[in-house]
Ligand binder design. Structure first.
Ligand code: NAD
Length: 322
């Protein structure tokens, strides 16, 4: 059994990774400063002898070294997400997402870990209008956040070439599912809409609702992390992968599904009206991933198409928010 360091483990994706790998019998260390993550996400693991929390900041090199010592693998999730947050505060986003990332690469190299798998982002496709998105065709970044995630890929590649550190970047496409935070100014669209609909408040769509995304259920993302961590194919390492389903859904369709599934619990939700506002700065109109590379090199098979994922997520929110 391996010892896995999950940075950002108190967050949405990180806590799902913790749950999965603890269930598989691995040891899990979390490094988190609770900037956007929550202690309640870690509460189920705190008594588990295989679990350890290192409360610290990836901007602090000593914290990174402390957490990484003895780890076999790093699954690096800690970052400040959200395009609007990065537009409001590009300096802090850069400190965490770029300097913190570099600290973690150095710590992973110094600890001699077997592999460093990290959360990259579909925002790296930037202004490219090509669809579907293929890993080696990217555009120019459209936000400070997108720059930080692209720089992560550049640093990871250089660490592979210069120090022989094995790295794999997973370009996540709009991930959703249990434990994604519905609260705060930078909440992601699915938990925000679910919370608003549950409270009979009108969700606000930025634009006409025709923009589309490759919404990706958390279980598919966990599978990609596991496959990236364990693959033994040399040609599958030191590269990046789209982490998605390979299907796209418009915002209007998304709201239709959410209303349909939530109205199984509360029929009045079917009648909640939707509001429309201006487009948001830095938003691209459409996003759709090619997942061929992950299928071929990592044997990735997404288990949850969007509707199945939404149904599970809605059930989770209903039992946890109500
Ligand atoms: P999240 O905000 O729920 O989790 C991020 C975690 O990192 C939090 O627990 C937070 O406290 C921690 N963190 C932040 N700054 C830190 C610091 N300085 N030191 C230590 N810990 C710190 O976000 P998430 O949705 O789970 O995202 C996880 C990763 O996936 C991030 O790197 C994000 O950029 C990337 N990503 C997410 C999506 C998505 O759709 N959710 C899409 C693309 C990329």
């Amino acid at each position: 059994m391996a010892k896995i360091l999950i940075t950002g483990g108190a967050g949405f994706i990180g806590s799902n990774l913790c749950e999965h790998f603890l269930n598989e019998g691995h040891s899990v260390v979390v490094l988190d400063n609770f900037a956007t993550g929550h202690r309640h996400n870690l509460a189920p693991f705190m008594e588990n002898a295989l679990f350890e929390l290192v409360e610290g900041d990836i901007r602090n090199m000593a914290d990174c070294h402390r957490a990484t010592a003895g780890a076999d693998y790093v699954l690096h999730q800690a970052a400040l997400g959200s395009v609007p947050r990065s537009i409001k505060d590009p300096i802090t986003t850069n400190e965490v997402n770029v300097s913190g990332f570099l600290n973690m690469l150095v710590a992973a190299r110094d600890a001699g870990v077997k592999r460093f798998v990290y959360a990259a982002s579909s925002s790296t496709y930037g202004d490219s209008v090509a669809l579907p998105k293929v890993e080696d065709q990217i555009g120019k970044p459209l936000s400070p956040y997108a720059i930080t995630k692209f720089v992560n890929e550049l640093y990871a590649e250089i660490f592979s070439k210069t120090y022989g550190l094995e790295t794999i970047g997973l370009r996540y496409f709009n991930v959703f599912g249990r434990r994604q935070d519905p609260n705060g100014a930078y909440a992601a669209v699915i938990p925000l809409f679910v919370k608003q609909l549950m409270n009979h408040q009108s969700p606000l769509i930025n634009g006409t609702g025709d923009f589309s995304r490759d919404f990706t259920y958390i279980d598919n993302v966990v599978q990609m992390n596991e496959r990236a961590m364990l693959t033994q194919k040399p040609e599958a390492i030191n590269t990046v992968y789209n982490t998605a389903v390979g299907d796209r859904t418009t915002l209007n369709e998304l709201l239709g599904y959410l209303k349909e599934f939530l109205s199984d619990f509360d029929p009045a939700i079917a009648d909640v009206a939707v509001e429309y506002g201006p487009n948001r700065q830095g938003d691209i109109p459409h996003s759709l991933a090619s997942i061929e590379k992950a299928k071929q090199l990592l044997d990735y098979q997404p288990t949850h198409p969007i509707k199945q994922g939404l149904k599970e997520a809605v059930g989770w929110y209903w039992s946890h928010l109500k």
